[in-house]
Design a protein around this ligand. Sequence first.
Ligand code: TIU
Length: 225
Amino acid sequence: MKILRTVTVPAEPYSFEFDPAICALLLIDMQRDFLEPGGFGEMLGNDVSQLRRAIEPNKKLLAAWRARGWQVLHTREGHRPDLSDLPPAKKIRGHGKTCIGDEGPMGRILIRGEAGHDIISELYPLPSEPVIDKPGKGAFFATDLHAILQNRGIKQLIVTGVTTEVCVNTTIREANDRGYDCLVPSDCVASYFPEFQEMGLRMIKAQGGIFGWVSDSEKILTAIS
Ligand code: TIU
């Protein structure tokens, strides 16, 4: 498919040009357990305010995408209630007192169907927006995301969500190897750790955009308005 580069976003390492017909907004793991006070993330000792900064910019970008009828997809990290898709190594990693599948502040931790596993109300998916339930950090591993993107003719992704160096970076690397162009608005992704936020973004745009492009939501909103 020929890409009609109709929108140009100032970005690093150079402008990102995209065709809205084949460019989807992909929101990674904006889940209650990662972002809400009292959730699993905070229980592990993380400062959720570091992540919550990304909510408002995501709301604006999502509203703009929806208003134009452009494609939106969401992901959630989590597992089957019987834990059959949870690698034992992932379950015991960290030697925490509470781990995936245990009863947490908002239901069983990272289990599909539980309150904490769901997406925050501010960015809740519309019925028309596919939600990809993923058992890993990358959104392409053990999911139907690639098939859905191919069926919809999507070749370019605006990737937002949490956390920058974990699920966002893993997904962008997977997407890059599958031939997708990825743009990351820096204010729409977040990490519990400021130094990982910075390095997570620098690793994407280094070496001529080794994994993709980095910009911000204001530049995207200006470019599409
Ligand atoms: N979504 C995502 O990044 N999952 C994580 O487990 N992130 C952490 O930073 N722990």
